[in-house]
Design a protein around this ligand. Sequence first.
Ligand SMILES: NC(=O)c1ccc[n+]([C@@H]2O[C@H](COP(=O)([O-])OP(=O)(O)OC[C@H]3O[C@@H](n4cnc5c(N)ncnc54)[C@H](OP(=O)(O)O)[C@@H]3O)[C@@H](O)[C@H]2O)c1
Length: 269
Amino acid sequence: MTGAVTAGREVGRATVLVLGGTSEARAVAADLAGRPGLRVISSLAGRVRDPALPAGQVRIGGFGGARGMADWARAEGVGAVVDATHPFADTISAHAVEACARARLPLLRLLRPGWQAQPGDDWHHAGSLAEAASLLPALGARVFLTTGRQGLAAFAALDRLWFLIRCVDPPHGPMPAHHEVLLARGPYAREPERALMRHFAIGVLVTKDSGGPMTAGKLAAARDLGLPVVMIRRPDPPAAQSVPAVDDAVRWVLGQLPARHRAPHSAGA
Ligand SMILES: NC(=O)c1ccc[n+]([C@@H]2O[C@H](COP(=O)([O-])OP(=O)(O)OC[C@H]3O[C@@H](n4cnc5c(N)ncnc54)[C@H](OP(=O)(O)O)[C@@H]3O)[C@@H](O)[C@H]2O)c1
């Protein structure tokens, strides 16, 4: 990856776009926003009603595809892009690759590692929500569904099963006939997750392989209770330089800066 972050529309400040919607994106923005000479703009899709807002500037809503993102980045004088979106947000990640190629901008993908099965786990891998749904009747009658409010239609035909559907905002559209919706936002720890699964007499857990510690408590709880887990595989990663951790992404951004901007961090600057 070549090219330095160039001065943005604000004189003397380099501009970095962080594609967000994750805790890692907020952590990158929190670190970079306190540095002199740097303007950080985080971008959120606008899916969640009351999003946790990152430090620095924030824009909310789609760009109108890859071309729209490239035009927007040019207009804002963006000099580098960090794609810190969720591992399953593959459309925006593909758009970031195309937009950065169009606008000749350096791009970094911050992608947290996927979860690894541990001794005692009973994981059943699925390539899609539809495949996950097809596995369920053989695994349990009471399902804890933690794949988010999008895509519930894939489970709608399973009218012999009961679902506990956990999501941040209320779901709509087709969904299983027998269900209870639990509105909640992580992080989720092991003990409360185990208590929740016991309370609802859960027989099987469905999750995306989101990775990270914030929602891993459900995996430990399922292990404790001897429950099977349907683990939905990640989409292919985008064709971009990738790092696994927030510190790596911060270092990469600072490495893109012209030397005059590489001042040490000063909180509140
Ligand atoms: N997918 C998940 O399981 C999941 C879980 C937790 C958080 N999230 C977060 O929720 C957001 C939406 O996820 P998704 O899976 O629905 O995305 P997606 O399918 O990859 O993207 C669909 C469209 O939403 C817009 N978009 C997505 N992320 C955006 C962002 N950060 N800033 C501006 N526009 C964005 C883009 O619209 P335009 O084409 O108009 O630009 C994109 O084409 C992402 O930011 C992601 O980090 C997703």
